[in-house]
Design a protein around this ligand. Structure first.
Ligand SMILES: Nc1ncnc2c1ncn2[C@@H]1O[C@H](COP(=O)(O)OP(=O)(O)O)[C@@H](O)[C@H]1O
Ligand SMILES: [Mg+2]
Length: 287
């Protein structure tokens, strides 16, 4: 069974009395158990809207989404239990310290005795020594980790991360991805929205590309790269001249050299650059 089934989702916002915004125009795709799925798209594509429907913060205009077969519109109480959300905006007000927030948040899910899980998360996210601090006393990176701890108190099977690395430094970004991979190895399904294509390429098993409320592409990350981009070959000869050309993923390399009248004894150096998800993404958006 799919972890998530997004089924013909439409969302129209009434921005004001005369203006309607079609944020999602009938989007369908699946997320499999234990995969990292990247929901990609430029600003305004509809990523946050889709995430908000999954967490029942917004209602779809039509269509539905199911979490392990359970509808978010028909049975929101049940689906909320299966989902953890790390929102795009970090909220840093409040009167409680980290540990208290996590205890309170567990209560929201009806979990009374959750000390072990909370301490496990504080420990894993390197927040244990800060557990008596208020959120506003934390650095940006710690706040982000706290949001993740909060999203995981009820051991959800699906974790949604909305732009988790916007404005985050490289070191924290790497820690975050290591942690996300660990969660995947424990069987958690992860959906992350991002417009950093390099990180999506490194991290996501599959991606969906959203543009102006429409899903333009969905599939394994490597497939889209192979289908839509070319390899760039640079050959340097013994005179130091560089010859550059591109070949398709499936194209025969030896034949390509022959077509260029290049023989092995002429080659001093050779560089092959694979296509990138960024190139594929640009192609999808311009098609
Ligand atoms: N509450 C809202 N009221 C009206 N329009 C909205 C609302 N939320 C989002 N939108 C509009 O819906 C579109 C999609 O927005 P959003 O889902 O936030 O995109 P993304 O997260 O991909 O940047 C945008 O045009 C945005 O302005
Ligand atoms: Mg967004």
């Amino acid at each position: 069974m799919s972890a998530l089934e997004i089924d013909q989702l439409r969302k129209t916002y009434q921005a004001n009395s005369s203006l309607k915004v079609e944020a999602l125009k009938g989007v369908s795709f699946d997320v499999r158990p234990g995969e990292i799925f990247g929901l990609l798209g430029p600003n305004g594509a509809g990523k946050t809207t889709l995430i908000s429907i999954l967490t029942t913060l917004e209602k779809p205009t039509s269509g539905d989404a199911r979490v392990f077969g359970v509808s978010v519109t028909a049975d929101p109480k049940k689906t909320k239990m299966q989902i953890g959300i790390v929102p795009q905006e970090i909220i840093s007000t409040g009167f409680f310290n980290l540990e208290e927030i996590l205890i309170y948040h567990s209560g929201y899910y009806g979990i009374r005795e959750n000390r072990e899980r909370i301490h496990h998360l504080l420990d894993r996210l390197k927040l244990m020594e800060h557990k008596h601090k208020m959120i506003r006393q934390l650095s940006g990176g710690m706040k982000r980790r706290m949001m993740i701890a909060k999203a995981l108190v009820h051991s959800p099977k699906v974790l949604l991360l909305d732009e988790p690395t916007a404005g985050v430094d490289v070191e924290l970004r790497n820690q975050l991805w290591e942690f996300v991979r660990e969660l995947r190895s424990e069987g958690v399904s992860i959906v992350l929205t991002t417009h950093y294509l390099g990180e999506a390429e490194a991290l996501c098993d599959r991606v969906g590309i959203l543009s102006k409320g429409e899903l333009k592409y969905v599939g394994p990350t490597q497939d889209i790269i192979h289908k839509l981009t070319q390899k760039k070959i640079t050959v340097t000869n013994h005179q130091g001249e560089k010859i550059t050309f591109s070949i398709e993923e499936h194209q025969d390399f030896g034949k390509a050299l022959k077509d260029k009248n290049l023989t092995l004894d002429q080659i001093q150096d050779l560089n092959v650059a694979e296509g990138t998800l960024e190139e594929a993404f640009v192609k999808v958006l311009n098609s």
